[in-house]
Design a protein around this ligand. Structure first.
Ligand code: ADE
Length: 224
């Protein structure tokens, strides 16, 4: 998978891809992440990418021309499955959306800033708008990192234990059951006997029951 991220602050997004699982995914060639400084496609000598809104009002608007030039350049080099705009007014990111995007080949993420982007960019290029939650960030960069992380970890070969993405919270509309590791007792707190019983079938049933119980308790809204 290849992800091209367009932003006025690409440096804000470098570290997540330089550590741990995402770093390994990039090194193994399972994911390619390319950052593009939007100002490189600006038109004036001041590298301007935003301007005042028509009709007045507070805040600046990201101009159509640099964004169109940048996306058009990228599209001339390969086909893209989706051009995604990160914005608080998009559809809220979910495991289902991450799953859907994880089977795509080429994605563009556009990070917004200021008041947002000229509507004509949306009309012309954007195929999907995604929000990472009902709150407003200073820009789309951190949201782009969140989305990239949620998608890249699902690519085959990225996680060591392929099973572990399948048993994630949300993957089957259930939160994860409680997990334990050594020691079996700490300050009087004991690991449930059943987990040490060696009875695989009983353990599986118990984990499922616990997942249902915890989901009912914490997130009844996601239960089928
Ligand atoms: N840009 C600013 N806030 C955002 C959010 N909540 N989700 C996605 N992009 C954003």
């Amino acid at each position: 998978m290849r992800i091209d991220i367009i932003s006025v602050l690409p440096e804000l997004m470098e570290s997540p891809f330089k550590a741990s699982i995402l770093k390994r995914a990039v090194e193994k060639g399972l994911a390619e992440v390319h950052f593009h400084q939007l100002r490189d496609w600006s038109v004036g000598k001041h590298r301007q990418v935003d301007d005042e809104p028509y009709g007045g009002g507070a805040g600046m608007v990201m101009m159509i021309e640099p964004i169109d030039k940048c996306i058009t350049d990228l599209k001339s080099q390969r086909d893209y499955d989706e051009v995604i705009y990160l914005t608080p007014d998009g559809e809220t990111l979910s495991q289902k959306i991450a799953n859907t995007l994880s089977i795509k080949q080429n994605l563009i993420f556009l990070c917004g800033h200021y008041k947002g982007i000229d509507q004509r960019v949306r009309d012309l290029h954007i195929t999907r708008e995604i929000s990472i939650g009902d709150y407003v960030l200073t820009g789309g960069e951190l949201a782009a990192c969140v989305l990239a992380d949620a998608v890249i970890r699902l690519l085959p070969g990225v996680l060591n234990d392929e099973q572990s993405a399948l048993t994630d919270s949300f993957q089957d509309n259930l939160l994860s059951p409680p997990i334990y590791t050594r020691p079996s007792e700490y300050k009087g707190l004991k690991v449930p006997e059943i987990l040490m019983s060696g009875n695989t079938k009983k353990i599986e049933d118990w984990l499922h029951e616990e997942a249902v119980r915890i989901t009912q308790e914490k997130r009844p809204d996601i239960l089928d």
